[in-house]
Ligand binder design. Structure first.
Ligand SMILES: [Zn+2]
Ligand SMILES: [Zn+2]
Length: 130
C-alpha cells in the first residue's frame, strides 16, 4: 500500500497500519499507545505526522464525529457512513445505501458542485439501551 502511493516503508507506518487493521476507528492516542509497545523510540509527533501523510495520500480515512477525537480507519473509498452511540461513543460502519458519492443531494445546491455528503447516524448502541 505504501509503495503504491510512493511513500517510504517505515516500521512506524507499518505498525500504524497494523493497528488500524485490527482496530478500526482508533484515535491518535490509541494508535500511539499500540505502536509504542512495539517501537519504544516513536513519539506522538511522529504518529501525528504519519497520520497526516497517510490521510493526505488516501491510505486511511479520518472521521471526526462531534464530541470525539479524530478517528482513523483503513476502509477508504467506499463512501460508507458511521453510526455513533451518543452515550459511550462507540462507532460502527454502515454501508452507503447508494454506494457512491454524493449519496444525498441537497434540495438547493446554490450552484455548488456537490461531491460528497457526510452522513453520521446518532443513537444508542445495544449495551447503552439496557
Ligand atoms: Zn453506547
Ligand atoms: Zn468506518
Amino acid at each position: 500500500m505504501l509503495k503504491a502511493h510512493g511513500l517510504s516503508v517505515t516500521s512506524v507506518r507499518l505498525a500504524m497500519l497494523g493497528v488500524l487493521d485490527g482496530h478500526a476507528h482508533a484515535d491518535a492516542e490509541a494508535i500511539f499507545n499500540a505502536v509504542f509497545k512495539e517501537i519504544a523510540t516513536t513519539s506522538k509527533q511522529a504518529i501525528y505526522n504519519n497520520l497526516h501523510t497517510l490521510v493526505a495520500h488516501g491510505l486511511i480515512r479520518e472521521i471526526k464525529p462531534k464530541g470525539l477525537s479524530c478517528l482513523y480507519e483503513l476502509r477508504v473509498g467506499d463512501n460508507h457512513h458511521h453510526i455513533v452511540c451518543r452515550s459511550c461513543g462507540k462507532v460502527v460502519d454502515t454501508d452507503c445505501v447508494v454506494g457512491a458519492r454524493p449519496c444525498l443531494k441537497p434540495k438547493d445546491h446554490h450552484n455548488f458542485q456537490i461531491d460528497e455528503a457526510e452522513v453520521t447516524f446518532w443513537g444508542l448502541c445495544p449495551s447503552c439501551q439496557e
